[in-house]
Unconditional design. Structure first.
Length: 291
């Protein structure tokens, strides 16, 4: 299945009132990562106490910082994800109007949350393992959502870009058989830390190139993984964002407080920001340091 690079692929996502388009020819779409309790004790406590006001504050601050979508994860050991995820989605949707990315591997939790999610959300995620394909994709189809496809399967994350490409192809094929359009599948080529494998970034960049040439799909990344365990993570993350965007990544899950200005600069340098309007506009919105 060879797709011309000149053909634009667009994934349209919808929130309560706002629409966001992920496009192979458009600016990078930012998905705010901070509504995820992993490593965030304050959010874990808020979930345990049912403090959804704190969750709404996280949503509002990320949108104000430039997030186009919000990732929503409630994975705390001991909590009922099926009951909690819909409540958190409703709270966030009452506070912001951007599309949501529902982050769960539990098909029942996804279905419960999709019932109350406005617009057309993104599901995070499905992978190439048979159990995931047969349980997640039908839910995505039922609710008319889009989905992130992870380039991994039951054997883990391959080191070979060609194998990651093949897994992505399997996900796209299975989605198509259910009537899920290729435009509604964003592929995550996955990135591991270069602190453990100095070729990890290069493998991901090669995979992005292969995905663009073979399938022409939109490509999403959780960009901060690349720097885990290393000093000056911010510098590594910035460099990787630029390289990934140059290779063809069109959407990133990241911290909008830290990286929106960098991403606006990347769009400007790639010729995707007319007269620098988005870069300058975001710069002007930032709080200015005294003196």
């Amino acid at each position: 299945m060879n797709t011309q690079l000149s053909r634009t692929m667009e994934t349209v996502l919808k929130g309560k009132t706002r629409e966001t388009t992920v496009s192979t020819d458009g600016p990078i779409v930012i998905i705010g990562e901070k509504i995820n309790p992993t490593g965030r004790s304050k959010l874990q406590l808020a979930y345990q106490e049912g403090n959804l006001e704190f969750v709404k504050q996280l949503a509002e601050s990320q949108v104000a910082a430039g997030a186009d979508l919000l990732d929503v994860n409630v994975g705390v050991p001991g909590l009922d994800e099926i009951a909690l995820l819909p409540k958190v989605v409703e709270a966030i949707a009452s506070a912001v109007d951007v599309p949501l990315c529902l982050d769960s591997a539990n098909p029942k939790a996804l279905a419960a949350a999709l019932e109350v999610t406005p617009g057309k959300p993104l599901v995070n995620s499905v992978n190439g393992e048979e159990a995931s394909l047969t349980t997640v994709l039908p839910v995505v189809k039922q609710f008319g959502a889009a989905v992130i496809g992870l380039a991994m399967d039951g054997n883990g994350i391959p080191n070979d870009p060609e194998v990651r490409l093949a897994i992505a192809g399997r996900i796209l094929e299975r989605a198509a058989k259910l009537g899920i359009a290729t435009a509604n599948v964003l592929i995550d080529p996955l990135v591991l830390t270069v602190g453990a494998d100095d070729q990890a970034g290069a493998v991901t960049l090669r995979t992005i190139d292969l995905l663009r040439k073979e399938f022409g799909v939109n490509i999403i990344l959780g960009a901060s993984n690349v720097s885990f365990g290393l000093p000056q993570r911010h510098t590594i993350n910035q460099a990787f964002l630029a390289l990934a965007a140059g290779a063809g990544a069109t959407c990133v899950i990241t911290d909008p407080m830290k990286y929106t200005l960098t991403i606006r600069a990347i769009d400007l340098l790639l010729g995707r920001d007319n007269y620098g309007a988005r870069y300058i506009g975001h710069y002007r919105s930032l709080p200015k340091e005294s003196g």
